[in-house]
Design a protein around this ligand. Structure first.
Ligand SMILES: [Zn+2]
Length: 223
């Protein structure tokens, strides 16, 4: 999913396509000005103030994000549009983008492999106090006997193991900051599901463009 998606308006609808090539209606030319509207078939002429807008890709390289909760999938980013515990794997980045994640072999510290993820930034940039203690706390936390590989399945009854690891750490940092802990449902509902919904819309648009060369938005789409 490495093409840039753009959005423009014609015939009163928002229309999405790739920024260049690969879409069936501009095979002859990559020139945006020679595209047709897929509804009225008129050649599109983009004038002042109606330049197509590039849609921000919701997948982020987690190794470039500090102090974040990240959601990845071993099957690639197109599997992140639905919230299936079996499909996803979650972790936490330290200030250097090193990803701590709990697996069958215990806690891993990955410096690669999380290049296309959904990221939830956890620490505001101006909270230097929290940022400064983050790495030390995360490292200490990851060494606790709770997270040895033998206990991986034991933890499963509390939900998926990797999720339990990440959320327990988030709650530990919240308690150091004088905040009440969040339940799994609260965290998922407030911080994860809205992002998964955006990702799901993006994936649907992307796959439709791959198939048909364009995507015509419903009133309900909001990208
Ligand atoms: Zn049109």
């Amino acid at each position: 999913m490495d093409q840039t998606v753009i959005k423009y308006r014609h015939c009163g609808r928002d229309i999405y396509s790739f920024s260049c090539s690969n879409s069936h209606f501009n095979k002859q030319s990559d020139d945006l000005n020679r595209r047709e509207c897929p509804i009225c078939r008129h050649t599109l002429t983009f004038g002042l103030l109606d330049a197509p807008v590039a849609i921000t890709c919701p997948f982020i390289n987690a190794h470039k994000v500090s102090c974040a909760f990240i959601i990845g999938s071993v099957h690639g980013p197109s599997h992140l549009g639905e919230w299936h515990d079996t499909e996803i794997h979650v972790g936490l980045t330290n200030s250097q983008g090193l990803v701590y994640n709990y697996t069958l072999s215990g806690v891993q510290r990955d410096d690669r492999g999380w290049e296309q993820c959904v990221c939830v930034q956890l620490v505001p940039p101006w909270r230097h106090d929290l940022r400064d203690s983050w790495d030390r706390e995360l490292n200490e936390f990851s060494l606790l006997p709770e997270w040895v590989s033998e206990r991986f399945h034991e933890e499963r009854e509390f939900g998926s193991c990797c999720y339990g690891f990440a959320l327990t750490f988030i709650n530990r940092m919240r308690s150091l900051d004088g905040k009440v802990p969040l339940s799994r449902d609260e965290f998922t509902g407030c911080h994860v599901l809205p992002r998964i919904k955006t990702v799901s819309t993006y994936i649907n648009i992307y796959h439709t463009i791959l198939q048909h060369g364009f995507y015509i938005a419903d009133k309900l789409d909001n990208m």
